[in-house]
Design a protein around this ligand. Sequence first.
Ligand code: ADP
Ligand code: F6P
Length: 443
Amino acid sequence: MARLVIVSNRVPVPKGRAASQPGGLAVALKDALQGRSALWFGWSGQIGKGDGNDTPSILDAAGVRYATIDLSDAEHRLYYTGFSNGTLWPLLHYRMGLVEFRREEEEGYRAVNDRFARVLAGLLAPDDVVWVHDFHLFPLAAALRRLGVRNRIGFFLHVPFPPAALFAALPRGDGLLRDLACYDLLGMQTEEDSQNLRGALEGSGLAARVEAFPIGLDAEGFAKLAQRAARSADTRRLAESLNGRALLLGVDRLDYSKGLPNRFLGMERLLRRFPGHSRHVTFLQVAPVSRGELTQYRALRRQLDELAGRINGQHADVDWAPIRWITRATARASLAGYLRLARVGVVTPLRDGMNLVAKEHVAAQDPADPGVLVLSRFAGAAAELGGAIHVNPHDPDEIAEGLNTALTMGLEERVARWHDNTACLKTNSAAQWSRGFLAALNA
Ligand code: ADP
Ligand code: F6P
């Protein structure tokens, strides 16, 4: 079998027992790589000499060779903080009002893609199959082709793709579409994203193969992890602290796409409009800090600090506070245990490519007494998880109503809804997702 070469901005180089990196890409590909020989290339996560040093650091672990390069301070600012996270991220999540465009950042983004291509070209064998991931690397195939690379190159976008009219607002967006058309296959999370990208390509007179490959989860593995974790000291500590109260749980990177302020407000509305829940529920939000160098992300943290303080101040009692929120990274096993404990999984992004946490909540449940998932209808996962309570995440009242329905739902309906959701997890695992994509790429 040809060697698989994964390319992504962030590379989850194994680091002993450190807390796992939050983020769907690392999680999905780790599951998908089990037991095959592969090379994984990308940024080391370190700021170093950058452009001056094109010799990658190499680490071999469990059949995977990890090859990474550092970015210089300027490369990091222009390519990662600037164009990837300041321009593309909000645009792809339909947030025009947050998009900032600077030509020097777009040029820095292209320069880092050219450098990635130069280093990667030196590591490739002729029959390697190359699989590039996410919006940081739109121009990579075009850059590799310019260097004479003839390998098959596929691309998967982990985040949404907006309608053509919205994408058209991006200065020099045509150039990015021409770059995307250089891939042999473009994989998207949902049919809607595929249609949007096809529309944008057609509008620019371009043609490419675009197909939906909704990302999956190693549900069985995660269920086992959750079962084991439920007996761990960590989960027991959380369970005891609840004192019999129902746990509502959110787990997300601290990102404005995740709809956290509305979620906090939804919790407030729940207490106001359905006061019977007061003192009987605890909402825990785990949200590790992400992209803290961007102003919008720092502002979001301040906003949530304020909201949590105000809501707790108004509703808490001497022995109970409705909201607990944690911004440090948490071990994956602990998260699995917490998700199993959650009576309600609260996943209300304003827009999300898939949202793996939604699937993890389903996988973690006790089949005999499952919790309920309250899910944004604008997460890619909503197309698959018909057993969830779907809400409009822009409306805190609708979130509150969803939470109330979930909290008051009888066992029979909970079990039926959980079975609905589980059926989809079984037919679409992480391994099936990667096999499906690679089979289509090789076809
Ligand atoms: P995104 O890719 O936008 O971060 P997803 O929900 O698709 O969103 O993926 C997030 C992944 O990161 C999930 O697998 C989740 O379990 C993991 N994760 C989220 N929060 C944490 C955390 N605090 N610590 C470790 N992993 C986390
Ligand atoms: O899934 C979206 C994504 O941007 C991934 O590419 C990335 O691993 C994750 O979110 C976390 O973001 P970052 O790499 O910027 O910390």
